[in-house]
Ligand binder design. Sequence first.
Ligand code: HEC
Ligand code: HEC
Length: 285
Amino acid sequence: MRVALLVSAAVFPLAVGPVPRAAASPQAAGAPAEKAPATLSPGKPLDYEFFKTRVQPIFLHKRKGNARCVSCHAGRTGFAVASLSPGATTWAEEQSRHNYDVASEFVVPGDPAASRLLMHALSAEAGGDPYHSGGQHWYSQSDPEWQTLAAWVRSGASEASGAAQVLDFEFYRTRVEPIFLNPRQGGGAAAGGVGCFACHTILATPLRLLPLSAGGKTWTAEQSRRNFETVTRLVVPGEPLQSRLLLHPLATAAGGSPRHTGGKFWTSQSDPEFLTLREWVRRRR
Ligand code: HEC
Ligand code: HEC
């Protein structure tokens, strides 16, 4: 489990303790240039009524051996739900609206595995994130509560950016994916030298790549296809400097986003990896 150790070293010091909302939310971490890409299809919003009546009670429920989600998350960390009003046993309408917005920030509509709201408190053995300060609350994806959360995530659909239709899959497979696998031995990132895949195959974030098969050093063509769908959602065709994929690992001083938990990998826009990604985003197939 060398990789897991590296990952924990890189992620956990930053992840421990209450964090300011802006720092913890994937959306809020973006530079102004990271605005939502122009879209072909508007997607489908997550179901609010389902959230209010079925999902919210989960945050209030007491599970054996654990504090309730609301005990820690009322007004704290990125997933900062509203505090209950004195004497109230549930949230009022306006508070529920707020909770819906906050919870949605940790969800990729249609994709439970990329949704931190579901994966963070799920045990790692069941496919969850390797660490959550608040403990493990579910030990299987067939837990009824987890299933309810998954049903909510599937009530929505991500916006189709159209990038998968215009970008070159072969270029992606032969030139872009190797960047994710680059082991970066000896460094390359301020936070330590691990490859993108070490984190991005096991952590629930929008860039959720498929795990490598046991013993596999690369992805199969079929797996690459599915990764391609995921990765193209983080790219605006023709606009490298509006593409989260390029901005997140790029040093802030070189025009990158303010912060990336995984560290900054490229110190300038002339880094060869950055240039490869730029070429991919600019060319049409
Ligand atoms: C004992 C306190 C505690 C409990 C109980 C708890 N959490 Fe957390 N949770 C935290 C802390 C602290 C963090 C930030 C550090 C981290 O990621 O571990 C966090 C992080 C998270 C995050 C990542 C976004 C963020 O806020 O940084 C999600 C999503 C999350 N928790 C969901 C839940 C859910 C859902 C429950 C209930 C099933 C729950 N938590 C219960 C303390 C708690
Ligand atoms: C040590 C773990 C780690 C490594 C290594 C890492 N990342 Fe990340 N990355 C994260 C975490 C955690 C997030 C979500 C929180 C944030 O935005 O910082 C993230 C977020 C991102 C995002 C924003 C979309 C999302 O999924 O939230 C992109 C794009 C990204 N990383 C790209 C990369 C690329 C490309 C590499 C390799 C060059 C890389 N990362 C390496 C941990 C890592």
